[in-house]
Design a protein around this ligand. Structure first.
Ligand code: C2O
Ligand code: CU
Ligand code: CU
Length: 561
């Protein structure tokens, strides 16, 4: 925040920093802490480790088998344990935490209409891998250092099985959660959700895919088996011994003392399915790639690039998105770029045919923070590449041909059906000196009383009004919603309490016009969503899915009555 010893700069917040950038860029140039614009971050940035790129194959994630299969449900036991992971062949194994001792966790596969029950066991040690900041809500004493509670992200789940942040349990304890799987096929995921330390638990390795299948999906004849690849995209920082470093940054990108909460974490290395800069050999044919942004804070703006180096003129491969967070799109969307905020998923069809012997790089040009405030900071490395696909010549005999899913019925929620509009102002949470203490929703924290009571079965319109300089991926538990539109607003008028929209409302792009449980709210923009609150009554939560924000304290409860 302010008073950085190195730079002697006193900056209250990003906005002030931006103003400085605009008015006195030259005053700042030359300090080695802040750079208002331009290239050169790579040069500035001191990586803890350097490794060769693309020498390790992409790990293919394992499926976990049920312990028991009953008439009406399958039973699983999933333990959270300490483990080690070979993240790169040039590094020693990395100490981490994993579901079933695996980082990333194993894939849970489920079928619509067939329930599963999971006994989640906390078998972790009593000491955390990372220093816990005990000054933020939920992590204050007497809360034990190691606590976990698993949440199935994107699922319509009874409140008691939702993994609410305060329902954490300690090493030696377990919780039995029931998942009905009464929703359409989708790429869901499970991860820890313990209040005040979710960012640390997920960073330690506690997340995995939950793939829900159904008949409609089966009829689509999509690439499956070896040709359906889930890809968990993350970023991590490792020290010279190959061990995880959790080093968040402050409001203007500065380094913070260890163990202190910071508004963002950006890792130095791209990690896909737990491996650093991996490659995957693919056949010249259709593949189904199921992408999940599982990073703490980092957005990915992805492309499939045939160019050899990130500095070469890009040569982008067109691909199709067929599904979003909560199911299939009304029709496939052709794309060359795909933006995924933390927690968002994309179901893609990529055609590698005709690309024999070529190398396709999964590239990224998203700013960190996103969308970026034209400032590059040495603590915020850009990750221009994540992994490579190497297209072979051979095409398996058994390679089937696939038909792209054609349009199917998709029920668009009607704005007129909405019974209420709720407004949520996303803003920095400032102390008396104007220093940022965190980020909040309607200037309330998670522990403040419930203010949103939703009637079961009704449709509501929620507007997220972003007054900050960062994009926030807002997530609701229980429901899959639809993006109605985004629109700018007059920030000056807003400080006087008037929400005055600017410009025309922008409907969602074709690849976002489906079921979502997480959607990006751009800076100085309003995101309007429609949701039908179906399923169950009880307490749920909604929050920003940048885990640093969620932990302090950009999360609110809501109830369905
Ligand atoms: Cu991905 Cu509240 O969760
Ligand atoms: Cu969730
Ligand atoms: Cu946020």
């Amino acid at each position: 925040m302010s008073g950085n010893a190195e730079g002697e700069l006193y900056l209250k917040n990003r906005r002030e920093f931006l103003r400085l950038c605009a008015t006195s860029a030259s005053a700042l140039a030359g300090t080695n802490i802040f750079h208002c614009e331009g290239i050169g971050a790579e040069a500035l940035h001191q990586a803890h480790v350097s490794v060769s790129r693309y020498i390790d194959p992409l790990p293919l994630l394992k499926r976990v088998a049920p312990r028991e299969t009953r008439k009406d449900k399958d039973l699983y036991i999933i333990r959270m344990m300490e483990c080690t992971s070979q993240m790169h062949s040039q590094l020693p194994p990395t100490h981490c935490w994993g579901f079933e001792g695996q980082y990333p966790g194993p894939i849970i596969e489920a079928t619509r209409g067939r329930a599963i029950e999971v006994e989640w066991e906390n078998r972790l040690p009593a000491t955390h891998i990372f220093k816990v900041d005990t000054h933020i809500h939920g992590a204050m004493p007497p809360a034990p250092e190691v606590r976990t509670v698993p949440h199935l992200h994107g699922a319509r789940t009874r409140s008691e099985f939702d993994g609410l942040p305060e329902k954490w349990f300690t090493p030696g304890s377990s919780a039995r959660y029931f998942y009905e799987n009464n929703q359409q096929a989708a790429t869901l995921w499970y991860h820890d959700h313990a209040v005040g330390i979710t960012r640390l638990n997920v960073y330690a390795g506690l997340s995995g895919f939950y793939l829900l299948h159904d008949d409609q999906e089966r009829r689509m004849n999509l690439p499956s088996g070896d040709y359906e690849i889930p890809l968990l995209l993350q970023d991590r920082t490792l020290d010279e011994h190959g061990q995880l470093v959790y080093a968040p940054t402050g409001e203007v990108g500065q380094a913070l003392p260890p163990g202190v909460w910071g508004p963002e974490f950006f890792g130095e290395l791209p990690v896909v399915n737990g491996a650093i800069y991996p490659y995957l050999e693919v056949e010249p044919r259709l593949y189904r790639l199921r992408l999940l942004n599982g990073a703490n804070s980092r957005f990915f703006n992805l492309s499939l690039n045939l160019a050899k180096r990130p500095t070469d003129i890009p040569s982008l491969v067109t691909f199709h998105q067929i599904g979003t967070d909560g199911g299939f799109l009304p029709k496939p969307a052709a794309l060359t770029k795909l933006l995924l905020g933390p927690a968002e998923r994309a179901d893609l069809i990529v055609d590698f045919s005709g690309l024999e012997d070529k190398t396709v790089t999964l590239s990224n040009d998203a700013g960190a923070p996103f969308p970026g405030w034209s400032m590059l900071v040495k603590e915020h490395p850009s990750l221009y590449e994540l992994m490579q696909f190497r297209v072979t010549r051979k095409k398996s005999e058994n390679g089937r041909s696939f038909s792209m899913p054609s349009e199917f019925d998709f029920s668009r929620l009607d704005e007129k059906a909405s019974v209420i509009t709720r407004d949520f102002v996303l803003s920095e949470w400032l102390d008396e000196q104007g220093q940022t203490k965190g980020i909040r929703i309607n200037n309330k924290g998670y522990d403040d009383p419930v203010t949103e009571s939703v009637k079961l079965g009704t449709v509501e319109k929620w507007r997220f009004i972003n007054t900050t300089d960062d994009a926030h991926p807002m997530h609701l538990h229980l429901v899959q919603f639809q993006v109605l539109h985004r629109q700018g607003f007059n920030t000056a008028a807003f400080t006087r309490g008037v929400l005055e929209p600017i410009g025309i409302p922008r409907p969602p792009e074709a690849n976002e016009a489906g079921w979502k449980d997480t959607a990006i709210v751009n800076p100085r923009d309003v995101l309007t969503i429609l949701a039908r609150f179906e399923g169950y009554t009880g307490k749920y939560v909604f929050h920003c899915h940048m885990l640093e924000h969620e932990d302090n304290d950009m999360m609110r409860p809501y109830e369905v009555i």
